[in-house]
Design a protein around this ligand. Structure first.
Ligand code: HMG
Ligand code: MG
Length: 298
């Protein structure tokens, strides 16, 4: 049975634009966030308080947060790998923070310069400080269906890291197919492993569409009972530390499918598609998403 309502977790302004080669100003990023919220998206990952040496694209995150026109009820979130990032995020006024681990050692090392075990120790004080400040913390696990450096990733490794994040106090764990290699049966096997340790309603899925499998994997996840889906408007994105990774599944592609299944999201698809074209025009290229292109053409 599918859920009747799905919570869409928009990561375009962060996961999308962190990988953009051209410079995108804080004003454009903030307007993108405002347009997404106006289209009915309830949670937007708007910023990332990471080292600018590692991800220069996210350097203006405090300016982005300051330029957003906050809408009551909407949630504005940010990545915070360490205490320095957490303090900056709190000062910038985010509603929620996120720590991000990996299911594979190779990706952990390349992305955050430490082992998986060391990363969990780096996150622990962040989670504690966030709880003390009354901010919910999300946990990400990357490379849940394959790693660009280590290859296959056993479901047990994903479950172990996800359980550690949940046990630490993350309210939800988002499972990322960072390089988009997964297919539905493998996605399901991975979810089964994770759901052995964490309630299904505390699991989100974060598929990248590199091999065109994201919607199929989402459908398999919905059938498994997952009701939180990460996506990126216009299919923006990739990951600077995952060679060959393309964007996340496009938000409008997911919403079109959910509308067709009669699953509620609260999102206005027409306004979302206009937003996909708006940011794509700023970047000087069409959206990769099928739905955005089809709806513009009609
Ligand atoms: P490090 O080099 O090991 O540690 O980086 P460091 O403490 O030596 O820091 C290096 C420099 O950065 C220092 O500056 C620090 O002060 C500074 P220096 O002293 O040399 O002038 N620094 C910071 N500056 C601003 N904000 C901070 C911060 N922390 C340190 N928070 C570190 C370790 C974790 C900081 C680094 O590796 C890093 O920032 N990595 C982030 C990489 C990243 O953002 N990747 C993309 C997000 S993950 C993703 O996209 C996957 C996901 O979407 C899910 C999926 O798709 O699977 C979530
Ligand atoms: Mg991602």
């Amino acid at each position: 049975a599918w859920p009747t309502r799905v919570r869409m977790f928009e990561v375009g302004p962060r996961d999308g634009l962190q990988n953009e080669k051209q410079e995108v100003s804080p004003a454009v990023k903030a307007e993108l966030v405002d347009r997404l919220v106006a289209a009915g998206i309830g949670t937007v990952e708007a910023a990332s308080f990471v080292s600018p040496k590692w991800v220069p694209q996210m350097a203006g995150s405090a300016e982005v947060m300051a330029a957003i026109h906050r809408v009551p009820g909407a949630r504005y979130t940010a990545l915070t790998p360490n205490m320095r990032g957490f303090e900056a995020a709190r000062e910038a006024g985010v509603d929620e923070v996120a720590v991000f681990a990996a299911a594979s050692e190779g990706f952990s090392r390349k992305n955050i310069n430490c082992s998986v075990a060391e990363s969990l120790e780096m996150f622990r004080p962040v989670v504690e400080a966030a709880k003390a400040a009354g901010l919910p913390v999300r946990g990400y696990v990357s490379c849940v269906l394959g790693c660009p450096f280590d290859g296959d990733v056993p479901p047990g490794d994903v479950a172990r890291v996800a359980a550690a994040l949940y046990g630490m106090g993350c309210y939800e764990v988002s499972l990322g197919d960072t390089i988009g290699v997964g297919t539905p049966a493998r996605a399901r096997a991975m979810l089964e492993a994770v759901a052995g340790d964490i309630p299904v309603e505390k699991i989100g899925v974060h598929y990248h569409d590199t091999y065109g499998q994201a919607l199929a994997n989402i459908l398999a996840s919905l059938e498994f009972g997952i009701a939180t889906i990460d996506s990126s408007v216009a299919g923006l994105g990739g990951c600077p530390y995952a060679p060959g990774a393309t964007g996340n599944v496009a938000t409008e592609d997911v919403v079109y499918m959910l509308d067709g299944l009669g699953i509620e999201t609260g999102i206005d698809l027409e306004a979302l598609v206009r937003t996909a074209w708006w940011i794509s025009d700023r970047l000087g290229r069409p959206p990769v998403s099928r739905v955005a292109r089809a709806m513009k053409a009609r």
